[in-house]
Unconditional design. Structure first.
Length: 224
């Protein structure tokens, strides 16, 4: 049988399906669908090896291991999806941060954070001191002081501690709540670890904080 005949034989159909699905998986950016496509594609590949009569058992064994790994990871992603329970106001608050992230990714992101309500007069950051959290303001207003001079009022939709998160420097300003403020406070170390593990989450987060970061960097550069 010629190569051409082998390529278009019925025995080759599972192989064509397998490698088409695997190729499509390389184009997917959503990790859940990527892993699911990989499982289906590799499953067809195993069937192809068996159906074609030329079973390559080392390849089948490794394919089975890859399927098992992806199934375990799919189980983790499904657990994260179903564990995500947010009230309507929490969904509205976090929407500007998460963008188009998958529910499982949102759940992973929220595991690095805590919802808090801060009373008026709470000092969120102190100029020149380390910042442990990246804080997203959901409701309320804060004042920003540099060298004890009032330079801005920051409210809902803004981050506090974003310069520190992005650059690793100490706080560039002292931020104090002017009224009761509802926030989502992210642990910086946990969040950085998550960003290293998931580029989509990192991209969504840095894109969100990037808008207001340039002005704050100019203030920090002037002080340095």
């Amino acid at each position: 049988m010629s190569i051409w005949d082998q390529f278009f034989s019925w025995a080759a159909v599972p192989g064509h399906i397998a490698y088409t699905i695997i190729a499509i998986s390389y184009l997917l950016t959503n990790i859940f669908w990527l892993r699911l496509a990989a499982v289906v594609g590799i499953g067809f590949e195993i069937f192809y090896f068996l159906f074609s009569g030329s079973a390559v058992w080392p390849s089948i064994a490794w394919d089975s291991a890859f399927i098992l790994i992806n199934l375990v990871q799919l189980g983790v992603l499904l657990r994260d999806r179903f564990s995500l329970k947010l009230s309507d106001d929490q969904k509205a608050f976090i929407k500007p941060i998460v963008g188009d992230l998958d529910k499982a990714q949102v759940a992973q992101l929220l595991r690095t954070a805590q919802w808090r309500t801060l009373p008026a007069g709470t000092v969120m950051t102190i100029e020149t001191e380390p910042v442990r959290e990246l804080t997203f303001i959901c409701e309320g207003q804060t004042e920003v002081r540099v060298k004890d001079q009032l330079v801005a009022h920051v409210g809902a939709g803004a981050f506090v501690g974003d310069v520190s998160f992005a650059t690793g420097v100490a706080a560039t300003a002292t931020v104090t709540t002017e009224e009761a403020v509802r926030v989502l406070a992210f642990d910086q170390e946990k969040l950085k670890t998550l960003c290293k593990r998931d580029e989509q989450i990192a991209h969504a987060l840095y894109r969100r904080i990037g808008g207001g970061l340039a002005d704050k960097m100019r203030v920090a550069t002037g002080r340095l």
